[in-house]
Ligand binder design. Structure first.
Ligand code: S3P
Length: 427
């Protein structure tokens, strides 16, 4: 795929549903009694891996005119679940299986997912009493059991680990508590509330303590999923760096544990307007508009990273166009995402003529208002690396080519058409 310097990007970007919330809606719907209706579900490869998985557990999941219905109830034990490229499918479902005595499931995935660390999930599940067979990554087998409780310290902050423990905890009456010195995204807690299961969150000297309440039986419900801020990051960063642009997104999830990128962009001088804030299925949602502006470099501390962990590739592109040195600390987790994203960002920026360095977990980018571009980008099969460098190519002097684009459908089917509708020069 090729992206070339474009005129102003303008209009409303149609952004699909949030990926984290889509996985959770399907899984909680499958665990609940009765029917759950979901509007705005992201129909991307990752989320369809979760649809396929819950069907293998014997749960009905169907779409009618874009509204998904999941009929929860008794689960049967499939032999194996193929999670494809989706870490959220694998880690959350391991939790759901762990709390089901007698259920035994082999989890598999593609080569990228198989290389990602799973012990951060399997070790706490084993402490609760689940039996795990396998090593550090996939494939591995989880055998459910009558679980005991747990008091887990969630470091490094991971919403997938926290969610796996909460889902496992639904199968026990024992105390289940997760302490987070730095909070991770809280969609599972919020959505469990929509299904009638309260989750307490207390501010303690050790951090936020998240505890499952007494009622752990879920009742089917109606959910509407908001636009994904991690997907919106690409057209909105492109709007910030392509002169004269003016792009808006309606109904975007603005949960404060997901808006780190937008806070930093504002500090960098981006012209951002947030309006029409409202509550939708327990989450805060708003309309957002970004107009191009000269950007200043940024300083991001490690504790800010969980609120923008998937947006660092997009932020790095904004930094490339900000005159001066940007410093982003605490990026160790980026090495174990769909690819080694730190390595891919530095290699890609360097190929585009931007000086970028990694020192331990810190990324330094020396930006300028003009970026040369003119490079072939090795995406390493990573959807967010591809979309980030396409955004760079819309503002760089020379075109950018990304070596693979099909995997963008992992999180953002329709990305190219949406960008073209704003005026982006993408072939
Ligand atoms: C996710 C949590 C984050 C994020 C991932 C989705 C989730 O991962 O990077 O894309 O849905 O809970 P970690 O939990 O590993 O931080």
């Amino acid at each position: 795929m090729k992206a070339k310097r474009s005129g102003p990007l303008t209009g409303e970007a149609a952004i699909p549903g949030d990926k984290s919330c889509s996985h959770r809606a399907l899984i909680l719907g499958a665990m609940a009694e009765g029917k759950t209706r979901i509007a705005g579900l992201l129909e991307s490869a990752d989320v369809l891996a979760t649809v396929h998985a819950i069907r293998q557990f014997g749960i009905e999941a169907e779409s009618d005119d874009g509204i998904w219905s999941v009929r929860g109830g008794a689960w049967r034990s499939p032999c194996a679940i193929d999670c494809g490229n989706s870490g959220t499918t694998a880690r959350l479902l391991m939790g759901a299986v762990a709390g089901r005595p007698g259920m035994r499931v082999l989890f598999t995935g593609d080569s990228s997912l198989s290389a990602r660390p799973m012990q951060r999930v399997t070790l706490p599940l084993a402490r609760m009493g689940a039996q795990i067979e396998g090593g550090k990554g996939l494939p591995l087998t989880v055998q459910g059991a009558n679980l005991g409780g747990i008091d887990h310290r969630n470091v490094p902050a991971s919403a997938q680990v926290k969610s796996a423990i909460l889902l496992a905890g639904l199968g026990t009456g024992a105390p289940v508590r997760i302490v987070e010195p730095i909070p991770s995204r809280d969609h599972s807690e919020i959505m469990l509330g929509q299904f009638g299961c309260t989750v307490a969150v207390d501010d303690t000297p050790d951090g936020w303590a998240v505890s499952l309440g007494k009622n752990r039986e879920l009742r089917g419900c109606e959910l509407r999923i908001a636009a994904d801020p991690s997907s919106a990051a690409f057209p909105l960063v492109a709007a910030a760096i392509v002169p004269g642009s003016d792009v808006s997104v309606r109904g975007m999830l603005v949960n404060p544990l997901r808006t780190g990128l937008y806070e930093v962009l504002e500090q960098m001088g981006a012209d951002i307007e947030v309006s029409n804030e409202r509550i939708q299925s327990g989450e805060i949602v708003a309309d957002i508009r970004i107009r191009a502006a000269r950007l200043q470099p940024c300083q991001v501390r490690a504790e800010q990273v969980p609120s923008m962990v998937d947006e660092i590739p997009a932020l790095a592109i904004a930094c490339a166009f900000a005159d001066g040195e940007s410093v982003i600390e605490g990026l160790g987790e980026l090495r174990v995402k769909e690819s080694d994203r730190l390595g891919a960002i530095v290699a890609g920026l360097t190929a585009c003529g931007v000086t970028a360095l990694v020192d331990s977990d810190t990324l330094r980018i020396f930006g300028r208002d003009k970026v040369r571009g003119g490079a072939d980008i090795a995406t390493k099969g990573d959807h967010r690396i591809a979309m980030a460098f396409v955004a760079l190519g819309l503002a760089s002097n020379r075109p950018i080519e990304v070596d693979e684009a099909e995997m963008i459908g992992t999180s953002f089917p329709g990305f190219v058409e949406m960008m073209q509708s704003l005026g982006a020069g993408i072939e």
